[in-house]
Each structure stands twice: as C-alpha cells, then as structure tokens.
Design a protein around this ligand. Structure first.
Ligand code: AMP
Ligand code: ZN
Length: 469
C-alpha cells in the first residue's frame, strides 16, 4: 500500500489517510441534482473525485464508492427555500418529474463516459430510499434532535455544541453566503435549523409525495446523503466528497444528522473541490447557453481535453475557464497523444528503471492529489532513458488514474469523430459565407480551423481538409 496524504476540510490540515479498516476505503460522493445538464463546473468536481478514487486504487486500496442521485428535495436555495429544482425542470420542459430525472440522469452518465469518469460502485436515487429517510428522521425525533413545526419536521441545531465543526466560520459569515434570498421561516427554533421532511410544501403541484408519520410530503435534501451513505457504507465512513459549496449547509447538516443518529463520529476525511468559474463569474444553469460537455464537443473539442484542463490545476485552487487556455491544452494533448502513438513496442520491460517513475507518480498523487505533478511524470517518462516498451507500459499504468486515453490505439489516419463533425459543420458555414459574398467571414473560418490544426483546400471536387502534422 502506498501512502496518500490529503487536505481534510474537517481538520484544516493535510493528513496521512488512514482508513477505518486496513486496505479498504469507504467513499461517498454527493451526486447530481438531475433537473438539467451538468455544467463543466459540476463535472470538474466529478473528474477530481474520479481521480481520487483511482489514486486510492493505484495505491493498492480496495474502494467501495457510493453516490446518490438527487431526484427530490433539493430546493433552489440550499437553505430550504424556493422551489424544488426537479419541479422547476419539469415545468420548464412540460414533462413529469420522473421523465426529467431519467433524461438528465442519462445525460449525466453520458458526460461521465465521455470524460472517462468511472461509475461509482453504487448509484442510488433518493426516491428509492424513502423508508430509510423516514426511519432516520423518526429516530432523530425520538432522540430529541428533531421537532415538528408548522407541518414540517426540522433538525434542531440548537441542541448541538459543535454544529459548525466542518465549516468553522462564524454564523454571520455563513448567513451572508448561503441565505441571500431567504424569507424567514417562522417555524424554525434556530436560524440554522433545516428541514428533514416537508409536509407543508408551498407548492400545491408538488408532484412527488409519500406518506409519512408526519403527513404526506417529501424529504429534505440533506437527509438523502446521510441515509444513503449509512445504508451502503455502514456507520463509519472514511471519506466524503463534494464541491466546496457543499461545505455549508449541506455537509454541515449531514454531519449533524448522521452523528446524532449514530451516536458517534461518522466520517473522518472531507474532500472538497474548488469551483470552476467562467469569465463572468459563477457558473449558472439559468444563463441559457451554459457550458456543457456537448457544447465543447460541438466546438470540436474532445471531452478529454477538458479532463486534461482540470488535471493541470490543483483541485483546491479555483479555476477559471477560457477557450484560450482550452486551446493550449488541446494543442498539448494532441502533441502528447501523437508522441505516445509513435513509441515502438519491442524490448524487454526495464522494471528497475520503471519503478523510479512509478514511485514519482504515486508520490505526486499521494501529495494531496497533485495532478499537475503527476502529468509532469508522464512527460518525464517520455524523455527518460527507457526503451519504448517500458515507456508505453508505464503510461498505460498511469492512465488507470489519469484516464486520458494516453495509449488508446488509434488507427492510422483515423480522426476523432467529434473533430470531423465540427470541421464538416465549419466547412458548410464557410460555404454559406462565400455564397453571401462574406469573404471576411469565410477567411475567418479558414483561419479558425487552421488554428485548430486543420487545413482546408478548395478543389474542383469541393472543399477537402486534412490534419496538419
Ligand atoms: P448539483 O448537481 O447542483 O447538486 O451539484 C453537483 C456537484 O457539483 C456538487 O458536488 C457541487 O458542489 C458541485 N459544483 C457546483 N458548482 C460547481 C462549480 N462551479 N465548480 C465545481 N463544482 C461545482
Ligand atoms: Zn450530498
């Protein structure tokens, strides 16, 4: 087993990872709210969690990873106000909530497949676990940590000495960030109390409702992750992941519920990924044409170029998306793949020499998942005094974590299907521009293609294109 040290949001320190059970990792990831496509910011979190899981496996651990699918209960404000996001999606598209959930769940896993993100061992939609939520809430009421008011059931944060154990901020600060558009909920005993079960939904048309001891209603968002984690990973969780916005209130509330329910400490390590923002600031799904994997594909980018874009930065640094940077990464990626494809296959593996690079790669990952350093080891291998077979074998091994298709066979002359579709589309646009005598636009399209390494030629048979070597 190789060592892995990680920054732990709970202790605010980089710590050596020591699981509860030797050699085994119990890992939980907050899954997507399936009311819309994931934006590439959401997917930054899933890419880095994927790398974390694979880094554990590379280090020799046996990992069980569980992820929920939020298909009920997540309101438009994380602080229990606004409208259920699933209902917003259903209204937007004139479909039922379950149709929306199925469609966007599939879309999410399509994106993951394109980004080489492994599907977790267990994926559990919240709507599958209503009995588990009811059981957990009942016990919280019995233990005196939850109360009914105005028809809803709330968690009583006033009963906890250390409610802010994870976020460690003062109350004022937290209120500013998380509760902008909140009307005061007069049922709450304390401002930070949160809903475990809604029965007095503000919306008559709330589509998904279940019977409960407290009336017909639906669960709050936070209870999902606590109950699903405990259901599949038991009472002691090793590591819990999510984007940085989940620290408060979501993960703070998960700790409050889980630990009062279990009566002991629940999760030892908390792993949070900083946000990806665009030039205009925070990523949003309400801004119309937001950044998705499909949008990048329609512009001719292989989704793995975006994965490499993410791996070049540390997960604990905020990242700003720009097409200029993505173009640079694309050029670097294409060059790297070409270089690897040109490696020969003959020769005995030089195991002793290879071990040095394995160690360097594992140490990079073990240093709080330093993915940019791990990528540097890839380049070091290519420059090293090793035969081609050894280089190829090492890169194949590293790709179990990086998942950039570094050594995937590409037939001679085969071109990425997404790039081909993009080039064809651009050629059609150029034709249209020429028909309209907009030669400036036609030239701009030709130059844009050239920048992406594609040369077009106008022949008597029509426009042809080739990839520049
Ligand atoms: P959601 O589908 O809204 O529940 O979010 C799914 C995941 O994406 C959660 O772990 C969020 O913390 C994370 N997330 C949301 N916005 C961003 C962003 N801009 N960059 C990185 N991760 C994000
Ligand atoms: Zn969660």
């Amino acid at each position: 087993m190789r060592e892995i040290s990680l920054y732990n949001t709970l202790t605010k320190k980089i710590e050596l990872f020591v699981p509860n059970e030797e050699g085994k990792v119990k890992m939980y990831t907050c899954g997507p709210t399936v009311y819309h496509f994931a934006h590439i910011g959401n997917l930054r979190s899933y890419i880095m969690e994927d790398v974390l899981e694979k880094a554990f496996r590379y280090a020799g651990y046996d990992v069980k990873r569980v992820m929920n699918i939020t298909d009920v209960g997540h309101l438009s404000s994380d602080a229990d106000s606004g409208e259920d996001k699933m209902l917003m999606g259903a209204k937007r598209e004139h479909k039922s909530v379950m149709e929306i959930a199925a469609f966007y769940r599939n879309a999410f896993f399509d994106d993951c497949r394109k980004l080489n993100i492994k599907t977790p061992d267990v994926v559990e939609p919240a709507t599958n676990c209503i009995p588990e939520f009811i059981e957990m809430i009942s016990k919280l009421i019995d233990k005196g940590y939850a109360y009914e008011a105005g028809g809803n059931v709330y968690f009583d944060t006033g009963k906890l000495e250390n409610y802010y154990v994870l976020s460690n901020q003062n109350e004022e600060e937290l209120m500013v960030g998380a509760r902008e558009d909140v009307e005061e909920d007069v049922n709450k005993k304390n401002k930070t109390d949160f809903v475990l079960w809604f029965t007095k939904s503000k919306f008559d048309d709330q589509e998904l409702k279940w019977e409960s001891p407290w009336g017909t209603g639906y669960p709050g968002w936070h209870i999902e992750c606590s109950a699903i984690s405990i259901k599949h990973l038991g009472e002691k969780l090793d590591i819990h992941c999510g984007g940085i916005d989940n620290v408060f209130p979501h993960h703070t509330n998960e700790i409050a519920q889980s630990e009062t329910y279990l009566g002991h400490k629940w999760c030892n390590y908390w792993f949070h990924i900083l946000h990806l923002n665009d030039n205009s600031g925070k990523m949003s799904k309400s801004k119309g044409d937001f950044l998705t994997v499909s949008l990048l594909e329609s512009k001719g980018y292989n989704p793995l170029v975006y994965r490499m874009f993410c791996l070049q930065s540390h997960y604990r640094k905020p990242l700003v998306f720009s097409y200029d940077v993505l173009d640079n990464v694309k050029a670097a990626y294409d060059k790297l793949i070409k270089k690897i494809a040109s490696l020969g296959r003959d020769g005995e593996l030089e195991q002793d020499k290879m071990e040095v690079f394995r160690t360097a790669f594992a140490e990079s990952l073990g240093s709080d998942i330093n993915t940019s350093q791990a990528l540097t080891v890839v380049y070091d291998v290519l420059k090293a005094d090793l035969n081609d077979a050894s280089k190829r074998a090492l890169l194949e091994e590293f790709d179990c974590v990086l998942s950039l298709d570094l050594t995937k066979e590409v037939e001679a002359g085969e071109v990425d299907a997404d790039l081909a579709a993009y080039v064809e589309e651009m050629i059609e646009k150029r034709k249209a521009a020429r028909r309209e005598k907009d030669f400036a636009r036609a030239d701009a399209i030709r130059d844009e293609l050239l920048q992406k390494g594609v040369e077009i030629k106008d022949t008597r048979e029509g426009t042809t294109w080739s990839i520049l070597s």
